[in-house]
Design a protein around this ligand. Structure first.
Ligand code: P6P
Length: 344
């Protein structure tokens, strides 16, 4: 190649720089991670990515199209449903149902398991379609949290309770979407954690955080100070320890935002049992399990104060759990302070 041709190429290359790895291509490249999936699991991840784009569009325009604020209903949790909770729930259920790879869905917004009628499908999805939605009016980041399981009942039959009441260790994939200053989809299939940032100009998720790992020891602690008087003596002692260590207190009040920051920077998030929430506030199946899978794959830990989150056998699709999650050395420190306590 002549020097002139090289210069021309260099000139062109300024305009044809690689866009990076799209989510679709990444999933296809990693197909071998799903030994029995023959593309079904990949399709589910694509369906989730599609719904996320539609939900993100609704969130970004919510103040303009009048879908911010409460929907005037309460969900199964007794919480005021936001209009966007309903929109997000419909969008994810529709995308997953039409993708035809999911036979049942558990959603924070629906009291019962949703039978998608895809009875030949092999997978289950548990999700919180829009966590932290009460923050949207204040333009605070919110998120979607999801887990994917293989069904236990025979393919070709209606889904059963056994299909959806599985411990977190059975997940085949788990992750979250953060709708913030940018939209980030982060997930794991048990082969590490990868994050993708949405490029609005081309409508694609682009790999932006390959092989994410959490710091062994961080300097951020996240909890709701308003619950302090409800905490156990051990938990209070740990918080004093954090202050003495000069850690930084950061709490957005939106789980996905707090979790994602601590994953990137190192830290610990905890929502222990309180008098108002004796079993903790966060939901095991579609909040704790998903994030516990991600944090463990990133080298971190997640516990309810006594047990590994992923080992907890669920008995109710909406059951709650205390959650202590983040840098492994910090989770170990908390456990030292609260061990031997009659776990509240
Ligand atoms: P509190 C939002 O409602 C949520 O479920 C999580 O996103 C968040 O971490 C938690 O509740 C905040 O709860 O009691 O501190 O307002």
């Amino acid at each position: 190649m002549t020097t002139q041709e090289k210069e021309t190429n260099a000139e062109i290359n300024k305009f044809v720089a690689s866009i990076g790895t799209t989510l679709d291509r990444f999933i296809s490249q990693r197909q071998q991670e799903f030994p029995y999936a023959k593309g079904e699991l990949s399709q589910i991840l694509r369906d989730i990515g599609l719904a996320a784009k539609v939900v993100n569009k609704a969130i970004m325009g919510s103040g303009l199209i009048g879908i911010e604020g409460p929907a005037g209903e309460r969900n199964v949790q007794g919480e005021d449903q936001q209009k966007l909770d309903v929109v997000a729930n419909v969008r994810f259920i529709r995308a997953l149902t039409r993708g035809q790879e999911v036979c049942a869905i558990i959603s924070e917004e629906d009291e019962e398991m949703i039978d998608t009628d895809n009875h030949d499908a092999k997978y289950i999805v548990a999700m919180d379609p829009l966590d932290g939605s009460s923050n949207i009016d204040a333009n605070i980041p919110v998120g979607t949290i999801f887990s994917i399981y293989r069904r236990k009942s025979p393919v070709g039959t209606p889904p059963t309770a056994e299909d959806v009441l599985q411990k977190g260790a059975n997940q085949v994939a788990g992750g979250y979407i953060l709708y913030g200053s940018s939209m980030i989809l982060t997930y794991t299939t048990g082969y590490g954690v990868n994050g993708f940032t949405y490029d609005h100009t081309i409508g694609e998720f682009i790999l932006s955080y390959p092989d994410m790992k959490v710091k062994e020891l961080g300097a951020i602690f996240s909890y709701n100070e308003g619950n302090y008087n409800d905490f156990s003596e051990g938990t209070k002692s740990y918080l004093t320890y954090c202050r003495n260590q000069k850690y930084t207190a950061r709490y957005v009040g939106s789980l996905v935002a707090d979790f994602h920051r601590n994953l990137l920077k190192g830290g610990i998030f905890f929502y222990p049992a309180t008098s108002k929430s004796p079993n903790g506030k966060l939901r095991l199946l579609y909040e704790c399990n998903s994030l516990a899978f991600v944090i463990e794959q990133a080298g971190g830990k997640a516990t309810d104060g006594k047990r590994r989150i992923l080992d907890i056998e669920p008995h109710n699709i909406h059951q709650r759990s205390p959650l202590i999650i983040g840098s492994p050395a910090m989770v170990d420190d908390v456990m030292q302070f609260i061990k031997n306590e009659q776990f509240q």
